[in-house]
Ligand binder design. Structure first.
Ligand code: SAM
Length: 258
């Protein structure tokens, strides 16, 4: 097992590689925040490709495919909804149980929190479509908070086992998921809200399809604060900013149909 301690100034660069950025965990050492990647794969060439500075430690005798989960903390996903990784079945509408796996969306990433906070107040009795569902955390939040129906897709088939497990653990059964992207979404059901927490380059690729679905609200997250202006220039004239949110250098926006 390799442990890479990433130079804090290079964290934004990691965002160019979604798989790599989703592996970063934050740890505190002597009161200072450190950014760490634990990996069984040797990532030196990948990190060098992006000119990322790092210290490397080799760790032996631990099952790190299990061990990394111990570093995850429970916490607040939104102002009213708590997420936990403690294995227990919950019926409480204000607690989400997410079994951590390699699917993105354990609850502690700022982009997930931004999306959740912009999404949660809207979902009651609405039809929600999520693009890039990962662990399913945002879809499950929607279902738990009273969404009529939730459609969810992810183009990574490896996320699906974890998504289904999380649905079961949270007792939600009105989520319809498929493997693929939004262009294969075909239904006559009117969608009220679309949510997508994906890196901005992908959001820009799929945005026209989302605008064509014509939902009342769109929540975009996964965008760096520095990308805000460029991103907003590419938003359809049919939509205006309803609300924005920033956490730890990440920006998200809720758009409302004019
Ligand atoms: C940052 S994760 C978000 C996971 C979860 N929704 C959350 O908010 O924590 C982005 C997810 O989008 C998926 N993804 C990336 N590009 C996609 C695309 N074009 N269509 C569908 N899913 C995509 C990735 O596989 C990944 O699971």
């Amino acid at each position: 097992m390799y442990k890479y301690i990433i130079n804090a100034e290079d964290i934004d660069v990691l965002n160019q590689d979604e798989k790599l950025s989703s592996m970063v965990v934050e740890e505190y050492f002597k009161g200072n925040k450190e950014y760490i990647i634990y990996s069984e794969e040797d990532l030196i060439n990948k990190l060098k490709k992006y000119n990322i500075r790092f210290d490397l430690q080799k760790i032996v005798d631990e099952d790190w495919s299990v061990k990394w989960k111990e570093y995850l903390k429970d916490g607040w996903l939104t102002y009213t909804t708590y997420f936990t990784h403690t294995p227990k079945q919950f019926d409480d509408r204000d607690v989400l149980y997410i079994n951590p796996s390699m699917a993105f969306g354990t609850g502690d990433h700022p982009t997930t929190k931004i999306a959740a906070r912009l999404l949660e107040p809207l979902v009651k009795d609405k039809v929600v479509l999520e693009v890039g569902s990962g662990s399913g955390i945002l879809s499950i939040l929607s279902a738990k908070k009273g969404a009529k129906k939730v459609f969810a897709c992810d183009n990574d088939i490896n996320t699906f086992g974890n998504f289904k497990e999380n649905c079961r653990l949270n007792n939600v059964n009105n989520i319809y998921m498929w493997c693929g992207s939004i262009d294969s979404f075909k239904t006559s059901v009117k969608v009220d809200i679309v949510v997508a927490n994906i890196i901005s380059s992908v959001l820009l690729m799929i945005k026209e399809t989302i605008f064509n679905i014509n939902p009342e609200f769109i929540v975009f997250s996964g965008i760096l604060v520095g990308e805000r202006e460029t991103f907003l220039k590419k938003v359809s004239n049919n939509y205006q900013i309803d609300r924005e949110n920033i956490i730890d250098g990440w920006w998200g926006v809720r758009l409302k149909r004019c």
